[in-house]
Design a protein around this ligand. Structure first.
Ligand code: UDX
Length: 432
């Protein structure tokens, strides 16, 4: 099939490449010409394991094309995926849909052949209705079908998540579009992915409700971890004990720093704003947002306690500064709250991240980047394990550390408390 992905951000690029790999002809379009020229040369704008190889392979095989000519790309395609950003509007928490509507206006100008227009960007309930309204102003309804097909890709696992999804959600009442899209996804359905067809509004809400639920699950275990710390219980035992109940499940039940990234903070705010507009108060999700916003301060307080309140001139090393492992993404990372606050109190910060130096931290005095784990941690008074990269999971601290007395605060609970105790290392985990 001939597909056009509008927007070569995370969603558009990953989905486009994966669709091409399934044998479709895919044009990835972006108004940023520089980005398009780089992509043609195999230079990938995002960090995602496996993506570069797949882009190069499908570009070479002429299944994947890059263009900044939107009209031409739309005209050549049967299915148009809208994959542009829907960032949070400043001060309101609402999703900014201007890019989505701009694309809809461009589609309106295009040729008269039947096309399926799909929102893959995360968009609030009723956005599909509004896109349909924009398109209907000039065109006959029979010439297009507006469908919602949300993505559930995790950064760092995106190709795997695309290739082996738990479910594919298609929101449309149009039988023809449903048949065509089922066919498009057949290679994944035949490998075991569940395909569900819902109303368009339901599909839009499934995406927000899923992310809000996962954010709630994480926040739940984070709050239980707070109780564990006071009662000398290891929260990891709680996660295992709860997770084995099939009704609960063990995934997204790991305590840690505040959740971050490009989706959970944005989508939790947007769903409460949409609900407010419909005069529905989503109090639970609002409380999750608040709890998560407080979490970085809570973990900082623990740092102060661990250092007996003496933060000034302490050498603190962060292992990992992104919002989670296997990504270079700093968006809403809790390190961006913790590091500035620690410097304010006189700490000297050094960090190592497998994805390199971060421009977000360049502006701070007393923050430096080390090129490897050894030089990052060897002189530290306190090592904070902030993300769960495999690189951090088997460090021989005893042989690397120059100081006799150093402390580890493992915010991802990747080390065994028992083993640390046996090795005589002062160690703190999250929740226990
Ligand atoms: C998320 C959703 O998982 C994905 O389906 C959606 O489409 C995009 O948003 P992503 O933002 O890449 O994906 O990250 P994810 O792996 O979900 O983690 C989000 C945050 O939750 C991270 O800060 C992570 O560290 C945290 N997290 C996750 C926990 O603290 N504990 C867990 O058990 C799981």
């Amino acid at each position: 099939m001939k597909l056009c992905m509008i927007g070569t951000g995370y969603v558009g690029l990953v989905s486009g490449v994966c669709f091409a790999d399934l044998g479709n002809d895919v044009i990835c379009v972006d108004k940023n010409n520089e980005k398009i020229e780089k992509l043609k040369k195999g230079i990938i704008p995002i960090y995602e394991p496996g993506l570069e190889e797949l882009v190069k392979k499908n570009f070479k095989n002429k299944k994947l094309f890059f263009s900044s000519n939107l009209q031409e790309s739309i005209n050549k395609s049967d299915i148009i995926f809208i994959c542009v950003g829907t960032p949070t509007k400043k001060n309101s928490g609402e999703a900014d849909l201007s890019q989505v509507y701009d694309v809809a206006k461009e589609i309106k100008k295009s040729s008269s052949r039947f096309k399926i227009i799909i929102t893959k960007s995360t968009v609030p309930v009723t956005t599909g209705d509004k896109i349909e309204k924009i398109l209907s102003k000039k065109k006959s309804k029979k010439l297009f079908s507006v469908v919602s097909n949300p993505e559930f890709l995790r950064e760092g696992e995106a190709i795997r998540d695309f290739s082996y999804p738990d479910r594919i959600v298609i929101g449309t009442n149009d039988l023809r579009s449903n048949r065509i899209l089922k066919n498009l996804y057949m290679p994944l359905i035949s490998k075991g992915a569940k395909y569900i067809n819902t109303s368009r509004r339901a599909a839009e809400l499934i995406k927000y409700a899923s992310n809000a639920f996962l954010a709630t699950k994480i926040t739940f275990i984070n709050e239980i971890a707070n109780l564990c710390e006071k009662t000398n219980i290891n929260v990891e035992d709680i996660s295992i004990g709860m997770g084995l109940d099939k009704r609960i499940g063990s995934r997204f039940l790991r305590a840690g720093p505040a959740y971050g990234g490009s989706c959970f903070p944005k989508d939790t705010k947007a769903i409460t704003k949409t609900a407010d507009d419909f005069k529905i108060n989503l109090t639970l999700i609002k409380s999750v947002i608040k709890s998560n916003e407080n979490r970085s301060l809570l973990l900082l307080k623990r740092v102060f306690r661990i250092l007996n309140g003496k933060v000034k001139n302490k050498k603190i090393c962060f292992l990992g500064v992104t919002f989670k492992a296997n990504t270079d993404d700093m968006r809403d990372s809790s390190s961006l709250i913790m590091i500035p606050s620690l410097i304010k109190r006189g700490a000297i910060i050094n960090y190592y991240d497998p994805t390199g130096k971060k421009q977000e931290l360049n502006k701070y005095k007393n923050v430096s980047f080390s090129k490897d784990i050894k030089s990052a941690i060897s002189k530290a008074d306190l090592i904070i394990i902030h993300t769960e990269w495999n690189d951090f999971k088997s460090i021989n601290f005893k042989s690397i550390m120059k100081k006799k007395r150093f402390i580890i605060y493992d915010m991802r609970n990747i080390y065994s408390r028992m083993k640390m105790k046996k090795d005589n290392i002062k160690y703190y985990g999250v929740g226990g």
